[in-house]
Design a binder for this molecule. Structure first.
Ligand code: NOJ
Length: 431
């Protein structure tokens, strides 16, 4: 789970605003004009939620740290109450025998920093270093497992190119520096944790989607290749020391300019202990001259009449298997952890029960694919279901439910869905 999607308590105990608190106030940006201000109230209910994690049989708990709870202005002054909250949360995990897995950045930049340019600013690295250093020094004795960034492609493209997510900026002038800063931040963050945390286990998490050309027409194949670079290669390759993917379309040339001008290939590289991949669906794409730069658009799963979730995302466990295999096959990748996978279906709570058979079926298919990869000797060594409780699903507000636990957002009552019960059985049988 992530802080912005779950914690709520957005203005309590000294927390500063995040870009999502501000962005969600803009009319029409989030479904139903929902705000993350209270979310699942995890800030006050973490003890109960951790008991659920434990009861469902999980051994590890992934959560993110809210940057603006720790540093309300993004840099400078530390908020003691924010620090105290995460100590209490981590201590509770350890008390219950749950291994804490901490994500440093899960999309909730302090708004104070966005006002200064956010991820596109050349000060970003300095700010990020301060945040990571504070977290490492405070929590490093107790937390050994660290994910530096969550889906850099997600927050840079949606937030700084397409304007769909916070902070809502559009255009290459924001996007390209944001990409470069994120590629640098993931490596710098890794180095800071390595130097300050003894026996640390460090990774960073990438979204990935198999990209399938709509036809054997060369234009569709080229379009698929362009999208593949963006969706699957743009961040992992610099982290492995390979620099940005080499290709001859405009976007890459511009990125190379950043890179060559500053000769930062070495600084974008870090020796990660693991690579996190987050996979939900493949995309089928065709050439579309109307779309700027990328000249590609996807052909929706519903149009192609293939199975899909209520998010419209194609359900295809073979493609999940393919992506695990592909990411594991990079020479310098030591091991893969699947740090997110799950599905949104329109759940209904009827007489205290949520019968989410489709989600169970989804998990069965995807876990079978994962076990197949593992049994074939592919170096995949972990899996995190997304996610514990229904929560604030970014632009989908509280509409898109991904949880194993249903949340009534009026009362904050939790109900374990059938998929949660199924997971418990599954883990019990596969101990
Ligand atoms: C990716 C993001 O990391 C997470 O925050 C989001 O809720 C899920 N995917 C589902 O969209």
């Amino acid at each position: 789970m992530s802080a912005a999607q779950n914690e709520g308590a957005y203005n309590i105990d000294g927390r500063g605003l995040s870009i999502w608190d501000v962005f969600s106030k803009r009319a029409g940006k989030v479904k139903g004009n929902a705000k993350p201000f209270e979310a699942c109230d995890f800030y006050h209910r973490y003890k109960d939620d951790l008991l659920l994690v434990k009861a469902l049989g999980f051994q590890v708990f992934r959560f993110s740290i809210s940057w603006s709870r720790i540093l309300p202005e993004g840099t400078g002054r530390v908020n003691k109450e924010g620090i105290a909250f995460y100590h209490a949360l981590i201590d509770e995990c350890l008390k219950l025998g749950l291994i804490p897995f901490v994500t440093l950045y899960h999309w909730d930049l302090p708004y104070a920093l966005e006002k200064e340019g956010g991820w596109s600013s050349h000060f970003l690295l300095k700010w990020f270093n301060r945040f990571v250093t504070v977290c490492a020094e405070e929590f490093g004795d107790k937390v050994k497992n660290w994910i530096i960034l969550n889906e850099p492609m997600g927050f840079t493209s949606l937030g700084y190119m397409l304007g769909k997510h916070a902070p809502g900026k559009t255009g290459l002038n924001y996007f390209l520096p944001a990409v470069h800063n994120a590629a640098m931040a993931q490596a710098e963050g890794g180095r800071i944790i390595r130097s300050l945390v003894k026996k640390s286990y460090i990774g960073t998490s990438f979204s990935c989607s198999e990209v399938v050309p709509f036809s054997s027409n060369q234009k569709d194949i080229d379009a698929a290749n362009r999208l593949d670079i963006l969706l699957n290669r743009l961040f992992i390759e610099p982290s492995l020391g390979l620099g940005y993917p080499d290709d001859n379309f405009l976007l890459m040339e511009k990125l190379h300019l950043f890179n060559k001008a500053w000769k930062y290939t070495e600084r974008m590289k870090f020796d990660f202990d693991f690579i996190g991949i987050q996979n939900y669906f493949p995309v089928t794409v065709k050439y579309n001259p109307v779309i700027p730069i990328i000249q590609a658009s996807d052909v929706k799963a519903a149009t192609r009449k293939v199975p899909h979730t209520d998010m419209g995302w194609e359900i295809n466990a073979d493609s999940f298997y393919n992506m695990i295999k592909r990411f594991a096959s990079y020479e310098n990748v030591k091991e893969i952890l699947v740090t997110e996978n799950g599905a949104f279906f329109k759940d209904k709570l009827v007489n205290g029960v949520v019968k989410d058979e489709q989600r169970i079926d989804y998990f069965k298919q995807y876990l079978t694919a994962l076990l197949k990869a593992k049994n074939e000797g592919i170096k995949v060594n972990g899996y995190f279901a997304w996610t514990l409780t229904d929560n604030f699903e970014w632009t989908e507000g509280f509409y898109a439910r991904f949880g194993l636990v249903y949340v009534d957002f009026e009362t904050q009552l939790r109900t374990v869905k059938q998929s949660g019960h199924w997971f418990r059985e599954f883990m019990h049988l596969n101990k």
